[in-house]
Design a protein around this ligand. Structure first.
Ligand code: HGY
Ligand code: MN
Ligand code: MN
Length: 405
């Protein structure tokens, strides 16, 4: 069996044209642009004849069940369609639209699944507007109470729950009411390994740990031209020193990545020494002990730097996700499909956070990667070749149909 590659790429390109504005392709959770993507997907799910269900954190499910198997736990696939700022069009969207394509192909081929098959798109996977990331799947897997998640606020103080209601995606069932038999996520690698090696499929057997912090230094606002260096209490300098310190920690270890992706200075004026600096630190490692130690080490560094600089400091833990092993049985099914289809493949760890890491808490889960050209992602130049997307979707077709037998 083969999926319809042209239909899949047509859907990816059409979704990719939604939410394109001043900041490029940007569909942040709960935004009007997110609604546009959601509405488009719901239309496709309905056209495909699937039952569409939305839960109370806005996760959307397209379910194919038959009288003979209704009520059994579904085999699930899917990912997310929310994006970062100025995003590419494949991150998340490939996994959701390929899941739909797999179901459409199986129905057209007269496949008779022993179980329902469902495709899901999870709310707020990216965590850009509301934290933590992977929030819809985290709540679904029981990792965050629904009420707490709905109370998440963005930088303007808007609540996720209110934004989901505003765009019409507060659903009718509780997250987790649909109990999955297993979960398989197709995703672009977002890194350079498969592309550089020329390997067609990544069999994702694990995922690295992710810690996010939001840090605020408080110093003294003062005149840039009259304040002697020795008298300065410069919050902006401290933020820069943390960034340099974290790069030094990452360079000292082959298993640690650190990123300061946001930084806001107040009052943010060219001739004023900053009073406050609020920034985020994204730390990742496949080694839990190392990540925990670096997290504690950063806390110590923040306190020492503040004391030495005459500043005060606050830090808030936004996410703390341990590394995750995926299911060996599902990985072997992915490998069997690659072998049957003559696709080159290799085991790989996901550097990015994924909804699958939350689903792994509640059911056998693994992922399929396809190459990202030049390893670019979270960038409009993100690109995966059509034949690679089709290869990934065909492997997903084999694994899902096998699991649903
Ligand atoms: O942050 C991540 O790794 C994912 O893209 N949410
Ligand atoms: Mn993603
Ligand atoms: Mn992403």
């Amino acid at each position: 069996m083969q999926i319809d590659g042209a239909r899949l790429m047509g859907h990816i390109d059409a979704l990719g044209r939604l939410g394109v504005g001043e900041t490029g392709r940007t569909r942040l959770a709960g935004s009007d642009e997110d609604k546009a993507g959601r509405d488009y997907l719901v239309g496709l799910l309905r056209e495909a004849g699937l039952e569409v269900v939305v839960d109370r954190i806005g996760n959307i499910y397209g379910i194919w069940s038959m009288p003979e198997n209704k009520g059994l736990k579904p085999v699930m696939c899917g990912s997310h369609i929310d994006t970062v700022i100025n995003a590419g069009q494949y991150d998340g969207c490939l996994g959701v639209l390929a899941g739909l394509e797999v179901i459409q192909t199986l129905r057209e081929q007269g496949f008779q699944p022993a179980r329902p098959i469902a495709v899901v798109t999870f709310t707020n996977e990216e965590g850009v507007r509301f934290q933590p990331d992977m929030q819809g799947s985290l709540v679904y897997a029981g990792g965050q109470p629904l009420a707490e998640a709905l109370d998440s606020r963005d930088k303007d103080g808007l609540r996720l729950g209110d934004e989901l209601a505003r765009i019409g995606y507060v659903g009718t069932i509780d997250p987790g009411d649909i109990v999955p038999e297993c979960f398989v996520e197709l995703h672009i690698e977002q890194g350079p390994i498969l592309d550089v090696e020329g390997t067609q499929i990544g069999v994702v057997e694990s995922l690295q740990g992710i810690h996010w912090k939001r840090v605020t230094f408080h110093g003294a606002q003062n005149h840039a031209g009259t304040t002697p260096t020795s008298m300065r209490r410069d919050a902006g300098l401290a933020a820069a020193q943390v960034n340099v310190h974290m790069r030094e920690r990452a360079l000292a270890s082959s298993k640690l990545l650190c990123t300061v992706g946001t930084c806001a200075l107040e009052p943010n004026a060219v001739n004023v020494i900053p009073e406050t600096a609020t920034f985020t630190v994204d730390m990742r490692s496949p080694n839990k002990d190392l990540l925990d130690a670096e997290d504690a080490g950063l806390e110590d560094y923040l306190r020492e730097l503040a004391a030495a600089s005459g500043l005060t400091v606050e830090s808030e833990q936004l996410t703390r996700f341990d590394p995750v092993p995926f299911d060996e049985g599902v990985c072997q099914r992915i490998e069997a499909s690659c072998q049957a289809r003559g696709l080159s493949h290799r085991r790989i760890t996901s550097g990015a956070g994924q909804d699958a890491q939350m689903m792994a808490r509640i059911c056998p889960t693994a992922m399929i990667f396809v190459p990202s050209v030049n390893g670019i992602s979270h960038n409009p130049r993100e690109f995966s070749r059509s034949e690679d997307c089709a290869n990934g979707a065909n492997v997903l077709l084999d694994v899902i149909s096998g699991l649903a037998q």
